[in-house]
Design a protein around this ligand. Structure first.
Ligand SMILES: [Zn+2]
Length: 85
């Protein structure tokens, strides 16, 4: 699934959830929930961007070996030239 499609699914799901909560708990509750979900989403994004497992792969420019995203130089050939792809 592409990122764009996931984005649209999230928008539609959020809209449906917003309408449903607005009808069931009223305006103030909907606002509180909306702000809370925004904060949770922002926190999730921040967590993912800091999580090394979610980072894109890093490749050595000299030998082409895949490196850890936190690596400062290639552990196979010792080259400090690498690229993010
Ligand atoms: Zn290398």
């Amino acid at each position: 699934m592409t990122d764009k499609r996931r984005w649209w699914l999230a928008v539609v799901a959020a809209l449906m959830a917003a309408i449903f909560t607005y009808q069931s708990i009223g305006e103030l509750g909907a606002i509180v929930l909306f702000v809370g979900s925004l904060a949770a989403f922002g926190g999730y994004r921040a967590y993912r961007s800091r999580n090394p497992g979610a980072a894109p792969a890093v490749r050595c420019l000299t030998c082409g070996e895949t490196l850890a995203s936190t690596a400062r130089q290639c552990k196979y050939c010792g080259s400090a030239k690498w690229t993010v792809n």
